[in-house]
Design a protein around this ligand. Structure first.
Ligand SMILES: C[S@@+](CC[C@H](N)C(=O)[O-])C[C@H]1O[C@@H](n2cnc3c(N)ncnc32)[C@H](O)[C@@H]1O
Length: 514
């Protein structure tokens, strides 16, 4: 692997500024618990590692919002430099370096980690790097530690795999313009023209045209990283299990709580078939065929410990939960592999209302369950799985961990809200309760900034935001159109600020974001 530092990885443009809850240790532990697996307790001495952190939004939110220390790498120096600015702002003291995975493996000063996570990496790095990553986990993951990995997989990707091949081939052999975005555009045009000429392959994969159309609507920087790397190793679930076996990793479950709810993912015949498959790896691989899986988010444990049903129940009852959105905005619909399903309002609404009581303060499941004494445990467990899976509710960490994280979260959030003055790159803030990121769009971050600076009324927040936008010649987009006059912009901001104060602010307060 000795060549240019980027090893064929697309580095002409920086990556996007996404946040991924699946890397949050609190969320990871909850996913294990939901599937009846023991979860390591967070503590001061806890150590976490992220490989390939991109712009570093997730790693910095987690380093601020969780106890312990973080070590992470991304070999793109521009990414590492950006991530370090965030770490300096929060005071997390995360060690963020611009080393390749191979270089990180060579270090002799790294601890044993409680978790090692990589999101959006595996598919886009070489097989050699897969070995390096597995070896890193073998050397540095504690017994009982969590390993998280996400990747594009078969069978879901089978029909569209040739599309990615076309992009890559055009980029390699076609007439490619300078500039990353232009290269992406040129490859998209080439592929559109090819499909328009009606190749026989379209008969085998007729949905390809729609797929290309939807790809063509996506952020060009994202597409560059997703499709234009030299490496693109889409794999079956079982192949990844095999690749990680040398690190003594047991596949535990997915980092998608909704996967625990068969009713929204699998029709009756599929459920019956899968119940007849004894081996958990074969069953999970077979499940991928039923749900036509194309992207997996897997949690592994180095030595998984299964809890008894009673133990799992006790741990779940002791877990605190909190709403992440206003109670009346939680949709009564959920989308699983079977499509959209309606939630049973007489079960879900009272549960959400109970969570919203006492100004949305977090509550243990034990306390919530006391209000639903007639409800069977599996039903309660399913409600929790569905609401957390949808992202409407989040599990919380213990209060001691929350207290430790408050100051760092406050500092990071202040920095992010300051940045919102100039753009909408990072639309997440850190919650010391959930240990993770909460979606807070740019204007709401600016309202928080105004509030922090002593402006009390929503109308004043709107005025503050408008002053900021106007000075930069920016206008609000409404229904795809820019609002031109100052009055229109101010009126829109005033409406948004009013709604924010009434609905969203109480939730952000309860989450410790404010
Ligand atoms: C698709 S991005 C995902 C970033 C981030 N995990 C996220 O999901 O937002 C992949 C990242 O891995 C980094 N990367 C790729 N190969 C690497 C290697 N061999 N060593 C270190 N970082 C690498 C890239 O610079 C890039 O930021």
């Amino acid at each position: 692997m000795s060549e240019a530092w980027n090893e064929g990885y697309f580095t002409d443009v920086g990556y996007t500024y996404g946040y991924y809850r699946e890397i949050n240790p609190v969320f990871q532990r909850f996913c294990l618990l939901l599937r009846g697996l023991a979860q390591p307790e967070p503590a001061e001495g806890t150590r976490h590692c992220e490989l390939g952190f991109g712009q570093g939004v997730s790693v910095n939110i987690h380093a601020a919002a969780n106890p312990g220390r973080y070590v992470a790498t991304d070999f793109n120096p521009a990414h590492a430099a950006h991530a370090r600015r965030l770490a300096a702002a929060s005071g997390s003291e995360a060690l963020l370096v611009d080393e390749s995975f191979e270089q990180l493996l060579e270090r002799d000063d790294l601890p044993q980690f409680d978790s090692i996570s990589l999101h959006g990496i595996w598919t886009w790095v070489s097989r050699d790097n897969h070995e390096v990553i597995a070896e890193f986990a073998r050397r540095h993951l504690k017994p009982g530690g969590i390993f998280y990995n996400s990747y594009n997989c078969f069978p879901g990707w089978s029909p569209a795999y040739p599309l990615r091949q076309l992009f890559a081939l055009h980029d390699r052999f076609g007439v490619t313009p300078n500039g990353a975005v232009e290269r992406v555009e040129a490859a998209l045009k080439f592929s559109e023209a090819l499909l328009a000429a009606n190749p026989n392959y379209l008969k085998a994969a007729p949905q390809l045209t729609e797929r290309l159309k939807s790809i063509a609507t996506q952020n060009r920087h994202y597409l560059a990283h997703e499709y234009f790397n030299r490496e693109w190793n889409c794999m079956y679930f079982t192949d990844v299990v095999d690749a990680l076996a040398p690190a003594k990793l047991d596949w535990a479950c997915t980092a998608s709580p909704l996967d625990a709810v068969d009713a929204v993912n699998l029709a009756e015949p599929a459920q019956t078939f899968l119940k007849g498959v004894d081996h958990p790896i074969l069953r999970e691989q077979a499940r991928d065929y039923f749900v036509n899986q194309q992207f997996r988010k897997d949690l592994y444990v180095r030595g998984a410990i299964r809890l008894s049903v009673a133990e799992q129940r006790e741990h779940l009852l002791d877990t605190r939960f909190v709403l992440t959105q206003p109670a009346d905005q939680v949709p009564m619909k959920v989308t699983g592999a079977l499509g959209e399903a309606s939630l049973q309002e007489d079960l879900y609404k009272p549960f959400i209302e109970a969570l919203a009581a006492d100004a949305c303060a977090p509550k243990t499941l034990r306390r919530l369950a006391a209000g639903f004494s007639g409800m069977a445990w599996p039903v309660l467990q399913q409600i929790v799985a569905v609401l957390t899976g949808m992202g409407a509710v989040a599990p919380c960490q213990p209060e001691s961990a929350e207290r430790e994280a408050r100051t760092r979260c406050r500092a990071l959030n202040r920095h992010l809200c300051e940045r919102a003055r100039y753009g909408n790159e990072i639309e997440f803030l850190a919650s010391p309760l959930t240990g993770g990121g909460i979606s807070v769009p740019r204007f709401q971050q600016i309202f928080l900034l105004a509030r922090e600076q002593g402006r009390k009324q929503p109308a004043e927040w709107a005025q503050f935001a408008w002053g900021m936008l106007d000075a930069q010649g920016q206008r609000i987009l409404k229904d795809g159109k820019a609002l031109e006059s100052a009055e229109e912009n101010l009126a829109e901001l005033t409406t948004q600020a009013g709604e924010f104060a009434e609905k969203r602010l109480p939730v952000l307060k309860a989450l410790g974001v404010v």
